[in-house]
Ligand binder design. Structure first.
Ligand code: GTP
Ligand code: MG
Length: 138
């Protein structure tokens, strides 16, 4: 059984899509084992997205991520990392498959409703960035 880090982004919380998005994860067999609503600071967003600090969109990304509430979660299930990314769809909603969260809800490549870890190492780091071990109840 695997765990991944998931985040519902400010464009989605603003449109009251939290429940709809969580239902898609649950319907696909992923279990929410930790969950918290957080309005992150710009500093927290910069720390979380440090791997992207040299990308041209870093400023836009971190300002957006700190512009409103997000929901940070740990999802658990068989192949949770890959499964979560399948359910999210491609980063750019215009390239996302039908039925994916980003196809249904994302507004643009930047405001794309959800984040999900891309590998076991990043999942472990991202979970530890937002949660203490005792926050996770499997
Ligand atoms: P995450 O699950 O959010 O990490 O998405 P990803 O792995 O599909 O994309 P990637 O790690 O390449 O980029 C991280 C995030 O940066 C994306 O989810 C977008 O929100 C944002 N991003 C990526 N490319 C662009 C871009 O060209 N413009 C802007 N404004 N944001 C971008
Ligand atoms: Mg990524």
């Amino acid at each position: 059984i695997e765990r991944t880090f998931s985040m519902i982004k400010p464009d989605a919380t603003r449109r009251n899509l939290t429940g709809a998005i969580i239902k898609m994860f649950e319907d696909a067999g992923l279990k929410v084992v930790a969950s918290r609503r957080v309005h992150m600071s710009l500093r927290e967003a910069e720390g979380f997205y440090a791997v992207h600090k040299d990308r041209p969109f870093f400023g836009e990304l971190t300002e957006f991520m700190s512009s409103g509430p997000t929901v940070v979660q740990v999802l658990e299930g068989e192949n949770a990392i890959a499964r979560n990314r399948e359910i999210m769809g491609a980063t750019n909603p215009s390239e996302a498959e039908d039925g994916t969260i980003r196809k249904l809800y994302a507004e643009s490549i930047g405001e794309n409703s959800v984040h999900g870890s891309d590998a076991p190492e990043t999942a472990a780091e991202e979970i530890a960035y937002w949660f203490a071990g005792t926050d996770i109840v499997g």
